[in-house]
Design a protein around this ligand. Sequence first.
Ligand code: UDP
Length: 489
Amino acid sequence: ADRDDKPHVAVLANSGLGHVVPLLEFSKRLVVGHGFRVTFLVVTTVDPNPAQDQLLNAPGLPHDLHVLGLPAVDAASVVAEDSRLLTCLCLIVEESLKSLKATLIELSYLRALVVDLFCTQAFDVASELSIPTYSFVTTSAMMLAFLLYLPTLDREVTGELVDLPGPVQVPGCPPVQLEDLVDQLKDRRNEEYRWLLYHVSRLPMAAGIFLNTWDGLEPDALRALREDSFYRQVPAPPVHAIGPLVHEDGNGEGLRSTDVECLAWLDGQPEESVVLVSLGSGGTLTTEQQVEMAWGLELSQQRFLWIVRKPTDASASAAFFSVGSDEEDDPTKYLPQGFLEKTREVGMVVPSWAAQVAILSHPSVGAFLSHCGWNSSVESLTKGVPMIAWPLYAEQRMNAAMLAEDVGVAMRPSVEEGRKVAGREEIERVVRAVVSGEEGKRMRRRAREIRESLIERLGPGGSFHASLAAVCEDWKTTKGRECEEELCA
Ligand code: UDP
């Protein structure tokens, strides 16, 4: 069909890579699998963001997917120096969305707008313009259940949530241990908490919620969201589990020279022998922890591929707004002296950013030490790779608990009483256990089962296509109905 005949949908993402990645994949699927034209609106800042640029300008994006950056925000002018991660993100979004109405008016007839969890201001704008609006929550079904329960928790609990006498019982979900609570909930007086509460309280305004998960992975949480009386009363919008959405690194296109080097190095390693160490788009270690990590990897005598960043004691998400920037380019400046020489035979170190999915897909990778961001978790599961859970911030501790305890594909290193970091011996132990131990074998079998269970879902006529097709049909017929009304008049 001619480009203009195709129904048009807009998708809105905040600037965080963990949001851009799945929303862009979602957009591609609307174009390639369901015949839409998509405008991908994205919050941008004036600061350089090389990893974001690389994704948004990838040569393999389909013709009918049009990326449109909203006017760049000067983060320094809207964010206070001591603002925490989510506050920064939300203030930047708020500033950016001031231009949303004008942008949406410019776009030709939109069948629907799909917005990221932290862009709920868009509900008001879209409602003025009568555009049906959906939410895309880029985390697990269990986390969505938790988020929908949060306003109730906020009303019912008076003190700090971390001082509750026992775990939080979210309707229809396993209990959440207090130490695994989302960062933002640990201090209710902080602005971050208010922002999270603000956005999640507005979720019921959505006409539907998309999740990057699937029934085979989270049957109980999804059933609860759809059937449990609590979520009916909220009321929770219809939930569409449309995963796994995995960014395939352009299938070879758009790989940088460092990525090609990593893949060539992996070609030379035995099957399932390498542990990939990668902490998401923003994760960083403290100086002390980074030293222990280097020692742990070395002592384990296992092969490793480490996507490494400059350590920092200020925050665990220090690279969030600047990942891929130049200052991290030279690991010899911040890795323990001699480490690179001593591990030359078994290790490969890449600064800052690499094509994670392409690496995880390589048969030489046998384990993934991950911060357990939801995208990384889904990627590891779809590639059948067992994990070492190294949660750092946001909801990563809840994801880690789920992967270790419910799904059975991850091991969590323990931190000794009185210490702030996981020591080198513990890192040595878990790396060995997962790459070459019995425990690792069991977890790998489980991860493979999950990968294999996806073959049918992803195949022709599988439920993967159907999970999105029903909503797409609704969107396509919206215009039909209006036309009919016009004809009848
Ligand atoms: N990623 C990547 N290369 C890196 C680090 C991360 O391609 O060096 C990708 C990763 O594959 C995932 C996304 O960035 O798709 C990070 O999302 P996730 O939800 O795992 O974590 P977040 O960055 O939101 O904490």
